[in-house]
Write a protein that binds this ligand. Structure first.
Ligand code: C2E
Ligand code: CA
Ligand code: CA
Length: 409
């Protein structure tokens, strides 16, 4: 803990005060302190701590107000651990470990709040609240750990599959790419949607393994798709595959190396792989994401912003990140169909993208009318059930071979 500052407290000084937020913890190097709590307006000593003890860590770990006051009984030399320093360590810790830490803290506080030292009123209030928190943390942690293990096993047992949804070029109505979308073929529960398991994988950190797997499988699929397309001139450019990534993928520190080595091993041209990430996820770790995405872009892969318009209010990030494509969220397409005045909104998004030299892919096209409007508005590519639903690779290959560009304008 190189940045930890040394501090000296004189006899009688307050080191930490009950009710205040936990902005720091201390390791006592010399001297001793007493732990005090309020009871009937008076401070009561419930314990003492000497050299070598750690104090004030609880409020810092679980973000709750301090439950006791710490006062120096004699002059004390301490080493301070700041919240920033602590948070950095927690952020880089294993997600399951973090979750367990929260459960343990909730239980610990529950036990303390039941202890005889607390005043009856505080005792009653804290017990109910803490017990609830404890249950909540416990339930969430157990559920996440359970799905995490099942998912990990599912990956090993080949129960995870990728479905592919075509992305159509509006200029010539040919297939320009496919988006790879994950499914879990559960032996009992059937096909499980990514909306159920991706959030758990993100929370537990397993997403990094899933993303790596998805990229490898997508590369293999791309070779098959290119082969199917070669038997028929499908598009003006070779078909690309778009793979979804999560912000956790960037925090591993070797995101780019992974992309580079996978594509090289598989013999895939980086220009045929698009990386998709949602704007709200990007904003969770802008620094690492920018660095990783810039390297990927230099290497030749395209970067798409997924669900554009749903997550973040400021547009300044569009300049900050290296972005090739905006994927307009399907909610805009839906609202455009319901009320023609919303067309203006979609038109403005397309205009904004073009002025920043970005392409637009509209998501969730369900009717011919929507496709016609989007073509008129200058949207480059469209994706949605009207063209095709996501499908297994086998069907995607047939789709490529049988595709007849519809006449829409
Ligand atoms: P997304 O990336 O926005 O993917 C598009 C979702 O919209 C897909 O749902 C797709 O089936 C659905 N969709 C496409 N066209 C239409 C349409 O015309 N109408 C309607 N109503 N829906 C349409 P899906 O496959 O259930 O995926 C849901 C989300 O799960 C994805 O949203 C993405 O955020 C996440 N996801 C899926 N696969 C992966 C993955 O491999 N990695 C990561 N990190 N996330 C994934
Ligand atoms: Ca996506
Ligand atoms: Ca999307």
């Amino acid at each position: 803990m190189s940045e930890s500052a040394k501090k000296i407290f004189k006899k009688g000084d307050i080191l930490l005060r009950e009710g205040e937020p936990g902005n720091s913890a201390y390791v006592i190097e010399s001297g001793s302190v007493e732990i005090l709590i309020q009871r009937d307006g008076a401070l009561i000593q419930i314990g003492t701590r000497g050299a070598g003890s750690l104090i004030g860590e609880m409020a810092m770990i679980d973000d709750k107000p301090r439950t006791a006051t710490i006062r120096a009984i004699e002059d004390c030399h301490v080493m301070e651990i700041t919240r920033e320093e602590f948070s950095r360590r927690v952020d880089s810790a294993d997600p399951i470990l973090k979750m367990m830490m929260r459960v343990i803290m909730a239980r610990y506080r529950d036990v303390i709040s039941r202890s005889q030292f607390l005043p009856p009123a505080a005792h009653a209030g804290m017990t109910a609240e803490n017990a609830e928190n404890s249950d909540e943390h416990h339930e969430l942690a157990v559920k996440t750990i359970k799905i995490h293990h099942e998912l990990k096993a599912a990956l090993a047992k080949n129960e995870l599959v990728l479905y592919y949804q075509p992305i159509i070029s509006m200029q010539d109505m040919k297939i320009s790419g496919f988006e790879a979308l994950m499914r879990w073929k559960h032996p009992e529960k059937g096909l499980i949607s990514p909306g159920v398991f991706i959030p758990v994988a993100e929370e537990s950190g397993l997403i990094v393994e899933l993303s790596r797997w998805a990229l490898g499988v997508s590369c293999d699929a791309l070779k098959d798709i290119h082969q199917a397309a070669s038997q028929k001139l499908v598009g003006s450019h070779p078909i690309f595959i778009s793979v979804n990534f999560s912000v956790k993928d960037f925090s591993t520190g070797n995101f780019f190396d992974q992309i580079q080595s996978t594509l090289r091993d598989k013999g895939i041209d980086p220009a045929h792989i698009h990386l998709e990430i949602t704007e709200s996820l990007l904003m969770e770790a802008p620094g690492p994401a920018k660095e990783a995405l810039e390297k990927c872009r230099k290497f030749g892969t395209s970067v798409s912003i997924d669900d554009f318009g749903t997550g973040y209010s400021s547009l300044s990030y569009l300049h900050y990140f290296p972005i090739d494509t905006l994927k307009v969220d399907q909610s805009f397409i839906r609202s455009m169909s319901k009320d023609p005045s919303n067309r203006l909104l979609v038109k403005s998004i397309i205009g904004l993208a073009h002025s920043l030299n970005m392409k637009v892919i509209a998501e969730g096209i369900e009717t011919r009318e929507e496709a016609v409007i989007l073509k008129e508005l200058g949207c480059e590519e469209c994706q949605g059930y009207w063209f095709a639903k996501p499908m297994p690779l086998e069907d995607a290959l047939k789709f490529v071979q049988n595709w007849q560009p519809p006449q829409i304008a």
